[in-house]
Design a protein. Structure first.
Length: 324
């Protein structure tokens, strides 16, 4: 597991967080601007780890920052039960970390159809969650490359942990294409590489239609054949010819074999390389006591993979175009 121990920087990072606007949603553009300034002042070892990951990625397909500053339990508000967060909610330290680290990597992006186009998402269990939603708890949230079907797919998904689940059973699973590729036969690689396959989209992107079907096309492997990118979603990708079904099944098996489990604890920021991985979350049991699992999520775009074309700004909200 690729961990950067940030314990030694906690004081410095707390000081950076204290200089940011303390009501981020009141003027999110100004907040992200301020976070950009702070990003240039990150402790050297952390800055280097982030820049290297951004330039090259790694074998695991994620970078875990551990030991970041976070509020004591007694100082935290209850875990949210609704979304989006109120505009006047005070800045949480984990949100500050997502601001500063995210700006070091690229541009925070809101998705118009998702959570009212907000940039900061609370991820918390909800009793009546759709089975594909991050609000699930008692069921496995299956492998997905985040918005693999979206032309402006984020380069990174960042998850910061303010509260873990009580029993610490919730694992975020990450499967890396760099690890899975060597397990695939030449035939399977050839079948998957550059081949478009029908893909459904998450509920938010269905335009109010209950089941619009496979309105996008996703290419499971593409880019450099020796070091490809991956687009994989266990629920939404629906190959429709037998050769493709078999090749996707082989990929699926390889991904299971290389899966790593990450147990997010308060003070962790997980940076998922969303073009090199697919991720999932194992079941856990909420208690609905105000102290259930609570993550913060942002999406980052970078110039890589054509996700930026010039002129974009942090905090931009983009509209859905399905890949085709
Ligand atoms: O809850 C988790 O650990 C991950 C959920 C997820 O896939 C997401 O928020 O994108
Ligand atoms: Fe996800």
């Amino acid at each position: 597991m690729t961990v950067v121990d940030c314990t030694a920087f906690a004081g410095e990072l707390r000081a950076l967080a204290a200089r940011l606007p303390q009501t981020p949603r009141a003027d999110l553009d100004a907040f992200l601007e301020s976070a950009q300034t702070a990003a240039t002042a990150l402790p050297g070892a952390l800055a280097t780890a982030l820049d290297t990951f951004n330039a090259e990625g790694n074998q695991d397909g994620y970078l875990m920052l551990r030991g970041l500053p976070v509020e004591d339990e007694a100082a935290l508000p209850p875990t949210p039960t609704s979304t989006p967060a109120p505009t006047d909610r005070p800045l949480l330290t984990m949100e500050a970390m997502l601001g500063v680290v995210g700006r070091r990597l690229g541009l925070h992006t809101g998705y118009k159809e998702l959570r009212a186009g907000t940039v900061y998402h609370d991820v918390y269990p909800s009793p009546d969650a759709h089975y594909l939603s991050s609000e699930t708890s008692e069921t496995l949230l299956e492998f997905h490359t985040e918005m693999a079907y979206h032309v402006l797919q984020p380069n990174y998904v960042m998850l910061a942990c303010t509260r873990a689940d009580h029993e610490r059973t919730a694992a975020t699973l990450v499967a890396s294409v760099r690890k899975a590729l060597p397990l695939l036969s030449a035939e399977v690689r050839e079948r998957l590489f550059g081949r478009k396959m029908p893909c459904c989209v998450d509920v938010s992107f269905r335009g109010g239609v209950p089941d619009p079907g496979a309105i996008a096309q996703v290419t499971p492997l593409y880019g450099d054949p020796g070091d490809p990118f991956i687009g994989y979603d266990r629920e939404l990708l629906t190959p429709d010819v037998p050769e493709d079904v078999a090749a996707v099944a082989a990929l699926s098996k390889a991904l299971d074999e290389v899966t790593e489990a990450v147990y997010l604890t308060p003070g962790d920021v997980l940076i998922v390389d969303n073009f090199r991985t697919t991720h999932a979350r194992t079941p856990f049991s909420p208690r609905w006591d105000g102290r259930d699992r609570w993550l913060h999520r942002v999406y980052i775009r970078t110039p890589r993979n054509g996700q930026l074309s010039g002129g974009e700004r942090a905090g931009d909200v983009v509209a859905f175009t399905p890949r085709g």
